[in-house]
Ligand binder design. Structure first.
Ligand SMILES: O=C(CO)[C@H](O)[C@H](O)COP(=O)(O)O
Length: 233
């Protein structure tokens, strides 16, 4: 079984366990969520489910539209029953690094409005400590004019290196769905109190959001190459 199939089994399991008729459903972002939306669309069709989908990014919105699902927004549905999203790394306490795909701000807003945040991932995202396996750092979304002072302040507070994320098919920096930049913080100390770190970084003027999701995740599903799914809650 491939890594893609490992993502798919985790996504299907989560959708089957958590999506119910008439639910308000938060749609995460990334490549694993594509399988969750596919499974959701199958269930909506075969079981005639009524589900309203709240996107966490432009990509998620496009997925909802492509599968003819009902598109909602926080203005009309500020309380979400369950959100299913991917992650870049999940530690033993269900603390997450998110934002590898650059969608962390809307993902965190939608997660914060959700009764349950469920993570779906392949087994390579399953770590004891943040930084064990994911080596690209913690994404931090920042207002463009402030990226240099923010970079310096975080390095002075906690050490490590902060890199302005560069675009691949465009010259210059990645610009998020919200018009901001992303700093990827290559931290060196894996034993930090992530809740305090998250709070302190968010106090720096110009920081919009961090990719640290602390005490937000209800349950994680990790797909394995053998086709089994490991659950953590
Ligand atoms: O946080 C995210 C995007 O901002 C994604 O959920 C995360 O990067 C995981 O993506 P993938 O499922 O492609 O591995």
């Amino acid at each position: 079984m491939s890594l893609e199939q490992a993502k798919q089994v985790a996504a299907s399991r989560a959708v089957d366990e958590f999506v119910t008729n008439n639910c308000i459903f938060g749609v995460g972002s990334g490549s694993t969520v594509v399988y969750a939306v596919q499974r959701l669309a199958e269930r909506v069709e075969t079981e005639n489910l009524k589900v309203t989908c709240i996107p966490t990014s432009f990509q998620a919105k496009q997925l909802i539209v492509k599968h003819n699902l009902v598109l909602g927004e926080l203005d009309t549905n500020p309380e979400i029953d369950v959100t299913i999203d991917g992650a870049d790394e999940v530690d033993s306490n269900l603390t997450l690094i998110k934002g590898g795909g650059g969608c962390l701000l809307q993902e965190k807003i939608v997660a914060s409005c959700s009764k349950k945040l469920i993570v779906i991932a392949d087994y390579t995202k399953d770590s004891a400590k943040l930084g064990d396996r994911y080596k690209k750092g913690i994404p931090i979304e920042v207002v463009p004019m402030a990226y240099v002072p923010i970079r310096n302040k975080i390095a002075a507070l906690y050490g490590g290196e902060l890199k302005l994320r560069s675009a691949v098919a465009k010259a210059g920096p990645v610009v998020t769905d919200n018009g901001n930049f992303i700093l990827d913080w290559l931290f060196t100390n894996q034993d930090l109190d992530w809740e305090t770190v998250d709070r302190n970084i968010k106090m720096i003027p110009g920081v919009v959001e961090t990719g640290l999701f602390v005490k937000m995740c209800h349950k994680a599903y990790f797909g394995h190459p053998e086709g089994n799914v490991v659950e953590r809650s």
